[in-house]
Write a protein that binds this ligand. Structure first.
Ligand SMILES: Cc1ncc(COP(=O)(O)O)c(C=O)c1O
Length: 283
């Protein structure tokens, strides 16, 4: 993301982002001195008409599985956004961080694939589908950006070691990656179902699910009003439970607890939800 912010700076200075949206994108582009616009999100993802009212030349989106609301941008909106960004000679940053993990939706073509031009950067990562600790991600960039990269960064070495890169390449070449993806899709679907069932069993009618069905988390909100989110976090911490609040990591007014299941084994999920339920019920 840093490299992208640096390269895009040669052409652009005005950045827009979905809000709520991925806090890291905001931090990085802010640190490179971009003007930043916050664009709202609805059930179809980024609100394109809002974007058009700004002077933004770059827009960062998570169209397949909006972070954190889970919205998917339909193909008509993808085409509309591409048309608009092309008309201003702007740049779309398509962060497709977890589409390999989708286990319910049918895939929609990426904006990068639909564009066939110079206006989209596609970002992928192995953080979700494989492991966050190997720190491997990739970008598919337009030719003008590749040229710029080669000219300006001929002394820039990737931070991912060659050993890791070659191991991953061999892993793919030998077919393990495809098998791995198929296996984790099935497993994640089971984990998702297990978490949903455990939530129903231990939290009863005290919650509503606001995002589910893809990725590695279920987001919930309480049914009762005037909920003290900070207190929930403190009580959880006292019980040695780490709680992720959507608002802290994505700005805006979207409030929810993000309950991740990716790091748990299937049989651990109910135990974890039960411990969380004790805290939740004490609110
Ligand atoms: C929206 C989004 N994009 C990208 C990433 C992956 O980032 P990285 O590859 O730096 O771990 C994440 C990880 O949580 C994410 O939530």
């Amino acid at each position: 993301m840093e490299l992208l912010a640096k390269l895009a700076k040669y052409r652009y200075g005005h950045f827009a982002q979905e809000i709520p949206g991925y806090h890291i994108a905001h931090k990085v582009f802010d640190s490179y001195g971009y003007n930043i616009e916050a664009i709202g999100v609805d059930k179809n993802g980024l609100m394109i008409e809002e974007l058009k009212k700004t002077k933004a030349q770059i827009v960062y989106i998570t169209p397949t599985h909006q972070y954190p609301t889970g919205a998917t941008m339909p193909i008509a909106n993808r085409l509309k956004l591409i048309d608009y960004m092309r008309s201003i000679n702007g740049l779309i940053i398509e962060d497709d961080y977890d589409s390999e993990l989708a286990y319910n939706n049918r895939p929609i073509p990426s904006l990068q694939g639909l564009d066939r031009g110079d206006n989209v950067v596609y970002l992928g990562t192995f953080a979700k589908a494989l492991s966050p600790s190997i720190r491997v991600g990739y970008m598919v960039v337009p030719s003008w950006m590749m040229k710029l990269y080669k000219e300006s960064y001929d002394a820039h070495f990737a931070r991912v070691s060659l050993t890791t890169q070659l191991t991953l390449a061999t892993f793919m070449k030998e077919g393990h990656w495809d098998r791995h993806i198929r296996r984790i899709r099935t497993l994640n679907k089971k984990k998702h179902q297990a978490m949903k069932e455990a939530l129903k069993k231990h939290l009863g009618k005290s919650f509503t699910i606001v995002a589910q069905g893809a990725g590695l988390a279920i987001l919930i909100v309480p049914t009762k009003k005037d909920f003290d989110w900070k207190r929930l976090q403190t009580l959880a911490e006292n019980a040695h439970i780490k709680i992720y609040l959507a608002k802290e990591r994505s700005g805006g007014e979207f409030e929810a607890v993000r309950l991740g299941f990716g790091g748990f084994r299937l049989e651990e999920i109910e135990v974890a939800v039960e411990a969380f339920a004790d805290v939740w019920k004490s609110m």
